[in-house]
Design a protein around this ligand. Structure first.
Ligand SMILES: Cc1cc2nc3c(=O)[nH]c(=O)nc-3n(C[C@H](O)[C@H](O)[C@H](O)COP(=O)(O)OP(=O)(O)OC[C@H]3O[C@@H](n4cnc5c(N)ncnc54)[C@H](O)[C@@H]3O)c2cc1C
Length: 328
């Protein structure tokens, strides 16, 4: 086994996703302590452009498996390909994004290779040669520090928007084509289509800024005021379950216990009371702004900034003011 860190790269529609640059950043911190290098595993069908993009980062090698069987994500196909890369690259640590794909793939590959897997981390570090991570537990109420005690390979999935994206620079990384025997007949189930979210916005799990609305919006039509603010900020739109159940927003935007867990830099909660089931999904946001006309709304206890007022007055005002700033 080497001292290297391997980053599993997610490639969507042929392009290298931002989470990969964040994982490279985390990997570079680890590599400094392990004395190894950071390498990237790029798997897919038509991924030449993504590979060229990956090679521009300050990493040593891009291990690539290019195969039409990998054109769409499948647990079986990607696990076969990544297993081949890991066996060739012999990394000490493999990093995944704590995304739908990363969570699915990391579990399968870790089980196959008998690796330790630490999931959903908000910090990854090396201490005396052991992988030490921080991860939210009990719905983000506390953080657990967890240390991997196994001697073999270690794996971790890291939440998006935690580490700053690494800059590109330096000599292009070496490209290593990895041989892997893949057959479409062995793929039990695969993703056949990915539907993009409304207006081409990022999924809430990947967004750096989220403008979220609750039952108080009163209609799907009224959600437009949140979309206008989101447009100015380059944000995604989220919703409480009450808003989703009422048909004001799609379930793909629901944040919380029965929705998605998000981790943006900024979460603007508009007319959301702050029920525990909602907090579970957004409590680890870096900055929380709450707009609510009830000064006693529980959300204010968790907000960094609170605006007591009617969202139908406050949100358009914010949109106007942010527009002035953006337009300079
Ligand atoms: C098993 C289970 C799972 C659940 N999963 C989830 C989940 O994943 N996500 C989730 O969100 N919820 C979930 N819930 C529901 C949760 O308990 C709450 O009912 C829900 O979050 C409330 O949504 P809300 O804040 O939009 O609505 P309300 O609780 O009705 O709050 C509306 C808020 O808007 C404020 N308001 C009203 N009008 C205005 C205005 N004009 N301007 C400003 N403020 C205004 C009010 O003061 C109030 O605070 C779950 C519940 C259960 C039992």
């Amino acid at each position: 086994m080497t001292n290297d860190i391997l980053v599993f790269a997610e490639i969507r529609d042929g392009s290298f996703k931002k989470i990969n640059a964040e994982l490279i950043s985390a990997g570079l911190n680890l590599a400094e302590k392990s004395g190894g290098a950071v390498n990237v595993a790029a798997l897919g069908g038509d991924i030449d452009a993504a590979i060229e993009d990956a090679r521009k980062y300050p990493i040593q090698k891009v291990y690539a498996v290019k195969n039409a069987v990998l054109a769409n994500y499948s647990t079986q196909g990607f696990a076969d390909a990544l297993e081949a890369v890991v066996k060739q690259a012999e990394p000490a640590i493999v990093l995944f994004g704590a995304t739908a794909m990363g969570k699915d793939l990391s579990a399968r590959v870790a089980a196959r290779l008998g690796a330790a897997l630490l999931t959903d981390c908000t910090e990854v570090d090396l201490e005396d040669g052991s992988l030490k991570v921080k991860r939210p537990v009990f719905s983000g109420k506390v953080y657990a520090n967890v240390v991997s005690t196994n001697d073999g390979i270690k794996m971790a999935s890291v939440r998006p928007n935690i580490y700053p994206a690494s800059d590109q620079g330096g000599d292009p990384a070496e490209l290593v084509d990895v041989a892997c025997d893949l057959s479409a007949d062995n793929i039990g189930a695969m993703v056949t289509a990915i539907e993009s979210t409304a207006a081409g916005r990022k999924d809430v799990t990947e967004a750096e800024i989220i403008v979220a609305g609750g039952r108080s919006l009163k209609s799907e039509e009224n959600f437009k005021i949140l979309e206008e603010l989101a447009d100015v900020l380059g944000a995604s739109v989220g919703a409480s379950r009450a808003a989703v159940d009422a048909g004001y927003a799609p379930h793909s935007q629901q944040v919380g216990q029965t929705g998605k867990v998000v981790n943006p830099k900024l979460y603007i909660a508009c007319g959301i009371s702050g029920a525990i089931q909602h907090l579970v999904g957004m409590r680890t946001s870096k900055v929380i702004v709450a707009i609510n006309k009830d000064a006693n709304a529980p959300i204010f206890q968790h907000a960094d900034y609170g605006i007591e007022g009617d969202l139908f007055d406050v949100v358009p005002l914010l949109t106007e003011e942010f527009k002035k700033i953006v337009e300079g």
